[in-house]
Structure formats: C-alpha cells, structure tokens
Design a protein around this ligand. Structure first.
Ligand code: NDP
Length: 280
C-alpha cells in the first residue's frame, strides 16, 4: 500500500501560491483567525495554520475573545473584522459557544473573505460547481490529495462517510464536480460495511477513532482519512484503522501527516485567491 503524504501535496500547493503571490506586487495578504475561548483543539489548529501561512510567506493574526462573550458583543467585534481593510480573509474556529448564534455569523461573514466556505453564498457556489466560491478547506484538501497523486476521479465510485456541512456534504459536491459517482453515508446508513467496500475512493469523515478497518475497504481502493481523533492510548488517529487496511487498499492517507497538512495549505491558497479577487 502506498502512503499518500500530506506534506508532498502541501509542497505542490506552495509552488502555486508562491507564483500567485508574485501577481500581488509585494502586498502580503493577512488572514484573521477568530477564536472564542481556549479550546486546546482550536488552539492547536490555530498554531498549525499560522505556522503554515508564515512558511508560505503570508501573514496571520489572531482575534481572541472570552468564552462568555455575549452574542451582541461578538457580532459587533466580528462585523469590525469583516470590514477591516487590513484583513484579506477570515477563518472562524467552530463550534462557537452556545450563546452565540452561529447561523447569524455564517450570514454575516463577507463571502469574499470567507476562506472556509461557511457563508450561504459560498455554500451555494460549491453546490453549483462555481469555482469563484470558497469550498471548506478540508473538503477541497481531499480533492487536492487525489489530484496531486494523479488518482483518477472521473467515473469512479466514491463513498464519503459523513454528511456534515463542513466536510461530508461539500466534499460530495466537489467529487461530483470531478465526475465521480458519489454515495454519502451517515449514522442511518443500512449497510455501511458493504457500501464502503464497494467504493473505489473511500473518504472517512465521521470523527470516530479507527471505525473503518480492513473489512470496510475493497481490494485496491484509495482511502482518504479526514478524521482527527484520539485513541484509547491518547494518541492522535484517524477514522481508519491504518494497520488493518495495508493488505487491502492500494493507497491511503495517514493520520497525522495526511489531509490535515493539506487543509492549511488550501487555506493559504484561498487567502491568496481572495487577495487577487479583491484586487480585481
Ligand atoms: P461531525 O460530527 O459534524 O459529522 C460527522 C458525520 O459522520 C455525521 O454526518 C455523522 O452522521 C457521521 N457519522 C458519525 N458516526 C458514524 C458512524 N458510526 N457511521 C456512519 N456515519 C457516522 O464531524 P465533522 O464533519 O466536523 O468532522 C469529521 C471528522 O473530520 C472529525 O474527526 C474531525 O475532527 C475531522 N476534521 C478534520 C479536519 C482536517 O483538517 N483534517 C477538518 C475538519 C474536521 P449523522 O449525520 O447521521 O450524525
């Protein structure tokens, strides 16, 4: 089985970002990372995103708010960030605390700065196959992995386990745009094992540690693991039991070192694209 390495895909994306950056004539775009509270997962993602952006020659600035900020105060602050001309793009770390209406925030974000595709306008563009929109970075990262390794998508049976608005649903639309025949699975799927086994491209985005073992993988399948979980020993792991699919899958992404590294590279690519679009 070939291991699909996120770092290699990220390096390819960096080449393109470096080229695109030259078109901005020396202007360095700035990402605003908006975080409410001190959740370790958010802080670790924020550190990773900042490191990646800086290594791509881009800027990132954190806007941090207390966990108990009121809905009104947060909306006021968020509006200012959206309107700030120094801010090229925005990454909002979710979920937000319960007192903040997330749907309102999704509608408030300027679609031109919405790098992770949470606004209704960008969601609609992803569903319409309109390339001017921003898809959620993780969903796009899966497509980038497949393309970087020249894995054919057209006509392939692709199964996505998970139907969230941030991964499963947009990813199924992106795969459809690439002419895959897409099946989306979830907790009510009757024959999950059989459906997964039938896939030529299997994407795991359920958020359940090692739930897909070798029994869920067909001979020669390409397996992309989006999951980021912690196993019983406290170690980071994906939704796929990587060891048990070695004899079945042709290729697979590891966790860590797979899709996660590509997600932040896509974020960087989105930031530069936003800057170019805003510059007209
Ligand atoms: P959600 O919890 O929002 O969605 C999980 C989805 O998986 C749901 O649609 C759920 O079905 C489905 N699901 C859960 N358990 C099962 C099961 N046993 N059988 C079949 N379907 C199941 O998670 P996210 O989409 O936000 O994230 C998914 C994973 O991806 C997480 O591990 C997350 O940490 C990771 N992630 C990774 C990123 C990266 O950069 N690599 C970025 C974002 C997320 P139902 O709808 O029926 O409840």
């Amino acid at each position: 089985m070939i291991t699909l390495k996120g770092a290699e895909v990220s390096a390819k994306i960096k080449e393109q970002v470096t080229e695109d950056l030259k078109k901005l004539g020396g202007t360095i775009p700035t990402l605003a990372i908006v975080r409410v509270g001190e959740k370790p997962d958010d802080m670790s993602y924020e550190r990773g995103a900042k490191k990646k952006l800086e290594s791509f020659g881009l800027k990132a600035e954190s806007f941090v708010f207390p966990e108990d900020i009121t809905d009104q105060d947060f909306k006021e602050a968020f509006r200012k960030i959206c309107e700030d001309e120094q801010v090229t793009g925005i990454l909002l770390l979710k979920p937000l605390p319960k007192q903040i209406c997330e749907k309102d925030i999704d509608r408030m974000i300027d679609p031109k700065k919405d790098l992770d595709g949470i606004s209704p306008e960008n969601i609609a563009k992803v569903f319409a196959g309109d390339p001017t929109g921003f898809a959620p970075c993780t969903a796009e990262a899966v497509i980038e992995v497949l393309k970087a390794y020249d894995i054919p998508i057209t006509g392939k049976r692709a199964t996505v386990v998970g139907r969230s608005m941030i991964v499963g649903k947009p990813l199924s639309m992106l795969l459809l745009k690439e002419n895959a025949t897409v099946t989306v699975c979830h907790t009510r799927t009757a024959d999950l094992k059989g459906t997964c086994k039938n896939a030529e491209i299997l994407v795991a985005a359920a958020g359940k540690a090692k739930m897909l073992d070798g029994d869920y993988v067909g001979e020669g399948a390409v397996v992309i693991d989006v999951g980021i979980n912690v196993d019983g020993d406290g170690k980071l792991c994906g939704d796929v039991d990587f060891a048990s699919i070695q004899e079945k899958a042709a290729m697979a992404t590891p966790v860590p070192g797979g899709v996660g590294a590509v997600t932040t590279a896509v974020l960087a690519a989105h930031l530069v694209r936003a800057a170019l679009q805003q510059a007209g």
